[in-house]
Design a protein around this ligand. Structure first.
Ligand SMILES: Nc1ncnc2c1ncn2[C@@H]1O[C@H](COP(=O)(O)OP(=O)(O)OP(=O)(O)O)[C@@H](O)[C@H]1O
Length: 230
């Protein structure tokens, strides 16, 4: 199992007590498949992604990424595992205004090392696979919202992650562009064999998912399978 969340409980301080954001959550995501997480605002979806990304340590339970148990690692080792094996697509692209599309991707890889020539080739190939081969020289203000989100996705794939975590990628896009971005994420998942978790409010677009789970008050339940009714 490429991504395994086993019996995860996460609480936050809340006044005198604790608020349970994740309540004994279990999730298995095989390589090359996409799991969509739906659920109301405040139900714990972002917390789930943060735990899967090793950005937040749960109170109890295990996170296993590509065979390595992340829970219990030192901060430095968790960061190294994250760099090697996890790609994160945040809701807002947060692209650097002065860099071209190609450079946004190159910067990501330089942080992790790698020969400049290989990095450039990989960046160009990824831009091509998200449909932006012709836009490599453009800066963020010269691109549409949908194009910026595609760069955001390509950037997360630069270091060849085994696990891809995507938070609300369509919230700033209209229906049609949102659908195209979800199709793209589904296609990349299968092509690159990532274990992908996608948080979305958009229940109309879940056909791309192999598994749909629903978060309600920190509890995760199966909501349907590919082609299901969720
Ligand atoms: N750092 C924090 N400290 C305290 N409580 C928090 C913190 N982060 C989130 N929470 C609370 O934990 C619960 C789950 O929040 P989370 O952000 O995971 O929900 P969500 O489903 O992603 O919501 P949304 O769809 O609105 O983004 C909420 O009740 C929220 O108020």
């Amino acid at each position: 199992m490429t991504l395994l969340l086993d019996d995860i409980t996460l609480t936050y301080p809340d006044g005198d007590g604790r608020l349970t954001a994740l309540d004994r959550v279990g999730l298995e995501v095989p390589a090359g498949t996409l799991t969509a997480v739906v659920g109301p605002s405040g139900s714990g979806k972002s917390s789930l992604l943060a735990v899967a990304a090793t950005l937040v340590t749960p109170d109890s339970g295990r996170v296993v990424i590509d065979g390595t148990e992340a829970t219990g690692l030192s901060r430095a080792d968790a960061a190294a595992l994250r760099r090697r094996a996890v790609g994160i697509v945040f809701q807002q692209p947060n692209l650097l205004p002065s860099l071209t599309a190609l450079e946004q991707l190159q910067v990501m890889a330089h942080l992790g090392g790698g020969r400049p020539r290989d990095v450039r080739e990989r960046a160009a190939e990824l831009l091509d696979s998200v449909g932006l081969a012709g836009q490599a020289h453009r800066r963020p203000h010269q691109l549409s919202g949908g194009q910026r989100q595609r760069i955001n996705i390509a950037r997360a794939l630069m270091n060849g992650p085994r696990v891809l975590l995507v938070d609300e990628p369509t919230s700033a896009l209209d229906h049609e562009r949102g659908a195209a971005v979800l199709e793209l994420i589904g296609g990349l998942t299968r092509e690159r064999g990532t274990a992908t978790v996608l948080v979305t409010h958009d229940r109309g677009q879940l056909g791309v998912a192999d598994q749909v789970v629903e978060m309600v008050d920190g509890v995760l339940a199966e909501a349907g399978v590919r082609g299901g009714t969720a």
